[in-house]
Design a protein. Structure first.
Length: 90
């Protein structure tokens, strides 16, 4: 009886797939963090990167997790740190 193992994905392949997602969603994976520009003030918003998956089936969940982390980080930035555009225009 043989067991079938799921194919493993190298970290480089995961980062290449994440780079493709970056073009779609506007974020970057940089080592142990992910970042995205604030849509309002263009400041860089960062979050801790999740551990990359070890199998191809986990890549979609990995990108969803990054999107969720950055959505939360941008939301926090917009409500706490983002300068008010009305004040900047004066």
């Amino acid at each position: 009886m043989t067991t079938t193992r799921a194919p493993r994905v190298s970290r480089l392949r995961v980062l290449a797939l994440a780079e493709r997602e970056r073009h779609l969603h506007g974020w970057s994976v940089l080592g142990d963090r992910v970042e995205q520009r604030c849509p309002c003030c263009r400041h860089t918003v960062r979050a801790t990167a999740p551990d990359p998956p070890t199998d191809p089936a986990g890549i979609d969940a990995y990108t969803r997790q990054i999107n969720n982390l950055l959505t939360d980080a941008v939301f926090e930035h917009l409500h706490h740190d983002c300068p008010d555009p009305r004040e900047d225009s004066r």
